[in-house]
Design a binder for this molecule. Sequence first.
Ligand code: PEP
Ligand code: MG
Length: 590
Amino acid sequence: MDDQGKEERILKGIPASPGVAHGPAFLFLKKELEIPSYQVPEDRREEEISRFEAAIVETRKQINTIRSEIEEKLGEDEAQIFDAHQLVLEDRALLDETEKEVLTSGYNIEHCYHKVANRYIQAFSNIDDDYIKERVADIKDVSRRLLHNLLGQIILSLTGLIDPVVIVSEDLTPSDTANIDTEKVFGIVTDQGSRTSHAVIMARSIKVPAVVGLHNITEQVKPGDMLIVDGYDGVVIINPSESSLFRYGKIRHERENIEKRFSSVLDFPSITQDNVSLDILLNVEGTEPEHVYQNSGATGVGLFRTEALFLKNEIFPTEEEQFRAYKRVVQMQPENAPVIIRTLDLGGDKNPVGGKFGYAEANPFMGFRAIRFCLEEPDVFKVQLRAILRASAYGNIHLMLPMIVSAEEVYSAKRMIRECCDELDAKGLAYNREIKIGTMIETPAAAAIADILAQECDFFSIGSNDMIQYLLAVDRVNDRIAHLYNPYHPAVIRTLRHVITIARNAGIPVGICGEVAGDPVYAALLFGMGATSISVTAAMVPEIKYLIRTMSFRDAQNLAADVCSLVNPDEIEARMKRFYDNRMRDVLTL
Ligand code: PEP
Ligand code: MG
C-alpha cells in the first residue's frame, strides 16, 4: 500500500531507456472514447448545460496554454492552428444545437455534443476541398478534447504539459515524442513498443527513462496514480509502497555513483590500454539541447536522423529551416569533427503528423520508406540535399543515404546531389565540393553487395536496428515477437563481420549506428571485428569509453574471434556478458 492506501502493483515490460523516474501518471490515450448515453430528468437538464459550459472554459484554457507553448517553441505561424481550434470551440451554431438537443431529447450532454459534432463532421467530410478537410480535422480535435474534459479524462496532447509527469500511453509515435518537452516528462511507459521503435530511440536520446511492451498498463493506471519507472530492468510500480520508494531511492543513488565513475573519463580519449582508438560518435535527432552535444565525450556526430524536423508539423521544413538546423549541429561540434547527416528516412513507424502521405501499408517497414520515398519525391529530397550541402560549408559534414538495397539507388541519389551542386553553383552559394557520401548498410541486400557499394561510397554505417529486423524477419516494433529480435543470433554476428571486413578491404571507414553499438560490450565486439567507429546516444558514451579504456585491443579481437566461432545465441550472449563483468566488476560493486 502507498501512503494513501492505494494498492501497490508491479508490472514487467521491456527496458527501453535507462534511468529511474518517479512521478504522477499522465494518461495519454488514443483509444476511441466511450461516450455514455443516458436520459437526464427534466429538472436536471440545466445542470448538464452548466457542465458543458465548465468544460468549454477548461478546453479554452488548455488550447490557450498549448498555443503559447507552440508559439514559443515553433513560432507564430505554427501557433495559429490553435486560433482555428478556439473558433471551432466557440462556434455558436454548434453550441446552440447541442444545448437544444439536451433540452429536447433529454439525453446527457456528452451524448448530445458527440451527436451534433459528428453531424458537422459527416456533412463536411463529403466536401472535396482542402480547406474544409482541415476544418473537419479541427472539429475532430476540439470535440475530442471537449469530450475528454466532460468525461473527466485526460487531454490528448503532449505539447501542453504543465507539470512534470510520467506519460502512460498505448504507444507513442515518433511525432508524439518529437513534441515532448523534456523538462515536463519524468518517464514514459507504454502498452506496446520495442527497444528499437523510433519513439523509444528518441526517448533514449532525450534521456527519459522508459519501459515499453507492458501490454495493458493503460488499463491499470488511473489519473493521479504515482509511478516508479525502472528503465534499467523494465519494471513499473503503480502506487509504490514506502519500501519500494526507499529501495528505488537507493538504486537511483547507486546508479548515480556508477555513472559518476563512468563520467570521470569523459574528457579522455577513447583509447585502449595498448593505444588503439575507437571513435565514439553521437546519434542525434537535431532537436536536443546544446549541452547534449557539447559535453558528450564524443568526437563528432555519427548519425543525425533528420526525420524529427519533418515529424513535428504537417508542413515540411523549408530549405532555409533545414539549413539552419544542420548548421546549428555542425557549429556545436569542435572544428573538423565529422557530422554525418542522414537523408530523410520517413515511412516505417515514422509518419508525419496528419498522415501527410496517407501511408496505409500492410508492411510499412518494407514499404514506401526512406530512399524509396526520396527518389520518387525529388522536390522534397532536393530541398534537403541543398540544405545539407549549404551547411557543409560550415564544417565536416558527411551525407548518408538510408535503406539502400541496390547500387542503382546510390547512383540515382548521387545524380540528384550533382544537380543540387549545379543549382547552388548557379546561385553562387558555397558548399564543400569534396563532401563525403556514404550509405547505411541496413538491409541484407546491401550487406550482400557491400563490395559493389563500397566502390561508390566514401564510408559505411551499419544500421543494426533494421538489419536485425530484416535478417531475422522480426518486425522491430512488434512487442509480441520482441523476444525473437535477437542481436546475438549468429546471422547477425556473421553479417556484421562480413560488412566490416568488406569495408576494411575496400579501405573505407565503417561505423555502426544501430542500438547494438550503445551496448558497451557489443561496442567492444564491433571494435574487435574492425569497426572504425560506433555511434550511440549521448547517455551511453561514458560507459563505453570507460570499458574501452580498461581493455586492450587484443581483448576485443579475442572476444570477436570467440563470438564468431560460437553458433548458439545464448552462448554468444553469455560470452559477452562474461567479458563485460570481468572488466567492470570493480565499478559494479562500488
Ligand atoms: C538502424 O536501422 O540501425 C538505424 C540506425 O536507423 P533507424 O533506427 O533510424 O532506422
Ligand atoms: Mg534504419
